[in-house]
Design a protein around this ligand. Sequence first.
Ligand code: IMP
Length: 430
Amino acid sequence: MANVAVVGAQWGDEGKGKIVDWLSERAEVVVRFQGGHNAGHTLVIDGVTYKCRALPSGVVRKGKLSIIGNGVVLDPWALMEELRELEALGVKLTPESLQIAENTPLILPVHSNLDQAREKALGNAKIGTTGRGIGPAYEDKVGRRAIRAGDLAEPALLPEKVDKLLLHHNALLRGFGQPEVKRDDVVKQLLDIAPKITPYVGVVWRTLDQARKAGKRILYEGAQGMLLDIDHGTYPYVTSSNTVAGQAAAGSGQGPGAINYVLGISKAYTTRVGSGPFPTELHDDIGKGIGERGREFGTVTGRPRRCGWFDAVLVRQSAKVNGLHGIALTKMDVLDGLDELKVCVGYTLDGESLDYFPASADKQARVVPIYETMEGWKDSTRGARSWADLPATAVKYVRRIEELIETPVALLSTSPERMDTILVHDPFAD
Ligand code: IMP
């Protein structure tokens, strides 16, 4: 039985939502294993647009079990808001269809406040975070002072846990010249939200083990992308979790053998939100055109995304670090009508050539892309559902990308509609 992990192969926003939705129809369980409501997965189903943030994209499909694993950081108030939004669109989740790991750390108002205060203090050097408190919540997890989802079921123990948390946070707040937070206020907030969250809290590692034993298909849904990974990304301009496929196991309580197929998602070009190096970024009308045609605005923050050419060096590195078995190439149609296309096939740095993206932020900012120029296509690829529907030069572009990233294309997405997909290899078939 194949279990599939889907991960972003670039800087996030690769169009994972559509692909995950496409795959989740074939899965029985869909699991989030890292990140939080900094993620924004947009799904268009029968003309209705759904926006998932903390919840796995599988929630919009009936009869699936959706899971928030321990690798996620969860804002309970934002989750309630998301559940309300979905309910307004006719999707009602119950403890039978949604389970939250008892060891999932919570994002509290202190975290989002600190995230925003710190970004402000950094000025031009800011990371460009989503301001959702993701980083501070992960810091508290690793600092061993987090309040976790399961703690909400033990109200008598909360004051002591909150004291431990605030010992740290109030010291920081004093440093930033901000008013301190009172323990009783935080405890009250937690006690108020507890009855709404606790019914969903469960033993996720065991649920997943049982699902595996029962032969159910499990889909592990990554958020962000490899270049935002805390270890492997463009540090320090990254998110605070491991976004790579290896985290699917640790972030849900399964062994590494739980995943049989890793599917990376990549756009046919490159985008990035927030600060940080981006070697193939375009500052001209071509970049602007890609942004407009691709509607490149952040789902969560609405910020315009930076756009550039496809960087095969980055995606190849991503393929290796994630152990990708195949790639889903998205938004091909955004490139329709361009006379020529460029693909980055290597870099130069201080006169030397480089075939990988170095870890040093200074070097990342200074590498100069080496481009290969390819002929564009005039015909539309939008809505294509088979290779035969694609112009020959578009097929050539895809084949060259496969060669450069040393990974086969398993799926090609040609519009936001789920059926506008060319299936080359079914990830669940392995
Ligand atoms: P944080 O995750 O809010 O701490 O933000 C850290 C960096 O990750 C910033 O550059 C964000 O723009 C970026 N980021 C976080 N989540 C996403 C996402 O879902 N898509 C794209 N970029 C993201």
